[in-house]
Ligand binder design. Structure first.
Ligand code: CS2
Length: 514
C-alpha cells in the first residue's frame, strides 16, 4: 500500500484531538484512553490483528473494568517502520471499515492500541516491555512461517539463519520466540512470574505448537528456563477468523470521504468474526466472551474445521483462480465452476475427516463460507491468499491429503491443487500468459523444483522438506501425473481440467458407495 505522505491537507489527519469532530455516524472510542495500561503486547500487527483481537478489545473497553487490557504493538521486521510512523502520528488510532455482504458498512475508529515498539531500533525496549509487570499476555500473529515448524517432522526447525543467530546471540534476538524467551528469562530471574503466550495464527493446536517450539528453542539456550516455561507459561489454543484483505488505495480514499479524516493505514474487513479460545491464561485475561468470543475447554474441532475448510478453501480458489486469471476471491467463487469444485472439495475430501461438532451445523458452516467468499464488498486478492503458500499448504491442505492417504481415501481434487501449485511456481503466468505476482519466501526454491517438471514430472514433489514421502505414494503420483499432463498440455484450460477431475471424482465416490 502507498504510505507516502498524503498530499491533501485540507482534511485533518487522524489523531486523538480530531475524534470529537468526526461525523456522528462514525463509531469512536468512548473510553478514556489515557487510563489504559498495556496488559497485552502483540507481536505482528498486521491487518488481521487490527480487525480481530484489537477490535474485540475496542468493544470491551467501552464498558468500565477492563482498563488494564490495552495493547502495545510490536513490529519485528524492518518493513514495519512505516506502520510505526503512521501509528505514532495517529496516536495509535486507526479506522476499521466493516463491510457486510449486503452492502451495509460499519465505520469505526479503534482505540485499543496505546503504544507500538519498532524492534529493529531498540530490541531491549521490546524485551523490557514483555518483562514489564503490566504485561499479562503476549499475543502473536506472526503467520504460519513464523513458527519454524519443520514441515516433515513437526519439530522445531533449527535450520534457519535467524534461529542460528538467536542461539548464538540470545540478547540480540531476531525471531519472535527469542524475544519471548529473553523476556521470560528476565521474569523468571526477577521472580515476577510468567505471562500467557497466545497464538492468533491459523495453525492447528496453535497454543500447543507454540509451547513445543518455544520450549525446544529455550532448551537449546538454557534447559532450566525451558523447564520453568513448561511449568509456568500458559499457551491457550484458539481458532481465529475474520477475512481481512490487504489495505488498498480505495480503502484510504473511502475513509477520507466518509470519516472526513486522513488515515494512512485503515483496515477493511468482512462483518463475520469468530474467536474460540481455550480458557487457559496464567496471568489473567480480558472478558472477551462479553463481546462475542467463545471460551471452550477444547478448541480442536473448531480449529480443524476452520483451517481445513476455510483456509484450505482459500488456497484451492487462490491457486486454481490465479491460473485462470482471476484476481480476487469473490470473482473466483462467483464462477460456478470454481464454486462447485470448492464445495466438492469441502464435502468429499475434508468433511469426512472432521470430528463431530456439538451444536455446529457443518452444512450451514460451508454455505456461510461460500457466502463469505462471495462477499462482493471484500476484494481479497489472490496474491494475498497465495502468498507464503509454502508455509500455508502443509497445514491447510497437505494435512488433509496425508490423512486421506492413511484412511485409504481418494484426494484427487486436492492433488490437482498441488499440481496447479507446481505449474504456478514454474511459469508464474496465468493461462492468458499474463504474469502472476508470487510472494513466497521459498519462491526461488519452489520455482527451481517446478522448472524441472518437463524432464521429470514428479520433480516438484521431490522437495521433501514440504512433501515428505508423498513422491513414493503411487496412488498420489498417479493422480498428480495426470494433473500435470493436463496442466502442461498445449492450450490447456483450467476450467475444463477442473470439470474433468470433478466428474471423475463423482465417479470414484459413487463406486466407493456402491
Ligand atoms: C487466508 C487467511 O492467508 C490465507 O490464506 O486463508 O488469511 C484467512 O483470510 C483468515 O484466516 C480468515 O480468518
Amino acid at each position: 500500500m502507498n504510505t507516502a505522505p498524503h498530499e491533501q491537507v485540507n482534511k485533518g489527519f487522524l489523531n486523538s484531538s480530531i475524534l470529537a469532530r468526526l461525523p456522528s455516524h462514525i463509531d469512536v472510542p468512548t473510553y478514556d484512553r489515557s487510563q489504559l495500561k498495556a496488559g497485552i503486547v502483540h507481536i505482528g500487527v498486521g491487518g488481521f490483528h487490527r480487525s480481530h483481537q484489537a477490535a474485540y478489545l475496542n468493544e470491551l473497553l467501552k464498558s468500565p473494568g477492563s482498563e488494564q487490557w490495552g495493547i502495545c504493538g510490536v513490529g519485528l521486521l524492518d518493513c514495519n517502520r512505516d506502520l510505526r510512523d503512521i501509528l505514532v502520528k495517529q496516536d495509535y488510532l486507526y479506522s476499521l471499515v466493516v463491510r457486510h455482504p449486503n452492502g451495509t458498512i460499519d465505520n469505526k475508529i479503534i482505540g485499543s492500541m496505546i503504544d507500538f515498539i519498532f524492534a529493529p531500533e531498540d530490541k531491549q525496549k521490546v524485551i523490557d516491555k514483555l518483562a514489564h509487570s503490566d504485561t499479562k499476555i503476549v499475543s502473536l500473529s506472526i503467520t504460519e512461517g513464523g513458527y519454524h515448524i519443520h514441515p516433515e517432522t513437526g519439530e522445531f526447525d533449527f535450520d534457519n539463519d535467524d534461529v542460528r543467530h538467536d542461539i548464538q546471540n540470545p540478547n540480540d534476538p531476531r525471531t519472535a520466540f527469542a524475544y519471548i524467551i529473553a523476556a521470560l528469562k528476565k521474569r523468571m530471574v526477577s521472580g515476577l512470574g510468567a505471562f500467557t503466550v497466545q497464538s492468533c495464527d491459523n495453525i492447528q493446536h496453535n497454543g500447543a505448537i507454540t509451547r513445543k517450539m518455544i520450549t525446544a528453542l529455550a532448551e537449546r539456550l538454557d534447559p532450566s528456563l525451558s523447564q520453568w516455561i513448561e511449568e509456568n507459561v500458559s499457551f491457550p489454543n484458539a481458532m481465529v477468523d475474520r477475512i481481512t484483505p490487504v489495505t488498498s488505495k480505495l480503502d484510504i480514499a473511502y475513509v477520507e470521504n466518509t470519516f472526513q479524516v486522513i488515515d494512512q493505514w485503515p483496515i477493511t474487513c468482512e462483518s463475520f468474526s469468530q474467536w474460540v479460545i481455550e480458557d487457559d491464561f496464567c496471568c489473567g485475561r480480558p472478558n472477551w466472551d462479553l463481546v462475542g468470543a467463545q471460551f471452550v475447554s477444547d478448541v480442536t474441532p473448531f480449529e480443524k474445521m476452520k483451517i481445513r475448510l476455510l483456509n484450505a478453501g482459500h488456497s484451492v480458489l487462490g491457486l486454481l483462480g490465479s491460473i485462470y486469471g482471476y484476481e480476487t476471491i469473490d470473482e473466483t467463487v462467483s464462477d460456478v465452476c470454481f464454486a462447485q469444485y470448492l464445495r466438492a472439495f469441502m464435502d468429499l475430501e475434508v468433511t469426512p475427516l472432521l470430528d463431530d461438532l456439538d451444536g455446529i451445523d457443518l452444512d450451514g458452516y460451508k454455505d456461510t463460507l461460500i457466502e463469505r467468499f462471495a462477499n462482493p464488498n471484500i476484494k481479497d486478492s489472490l496474491v494475498r491468499i497465495c502468498s507464503e503458500s509454502s508455509a500455508k499448504l502443509p497445514k491447510f491442505l497437505l494435512s488433509s491429503i496425508f490423512e486421506n492417504i492413511d484412511k485409504g481415501r481418494d484426494s484427487s481434487l486436492a492433488i490437482l491443487v498441488i499440481a496447479a501449485w507446481c505449474f504456478y511456481s514454474d511459469k508464474a503466468l496465468n493461462q492468458a500468459q499474463l504474469a502472476i505476482t508470487i510472494q513466497d519466501e521459498m519462491a526461488v526454491e519452489l520455482a527451481a523444483y517446478a522448472q524441472k517438471t518437463a524432464e521429470d514430472k514428479l520433480s516438484f514433489l521431490r522437495n521433501r522438506h514440504l512433501f515428505g514421502n508423498l513422491v513414493e505414494n503411487s496412488e498420489f503420483t498417479l493422480n498428480y501425473t495426470k494433473a500435470i499432463d493436463s496442466l502442461y498440455s498445449p492450450s490447456s484450460d483450467i476450467r475444463e481440467i477442473m470439470n474433468r477431475v470433478l466428474s471423475e471424482k463423482h465417479r470414484i465416490v459413487a463406486e466407493e458407495v456402491s
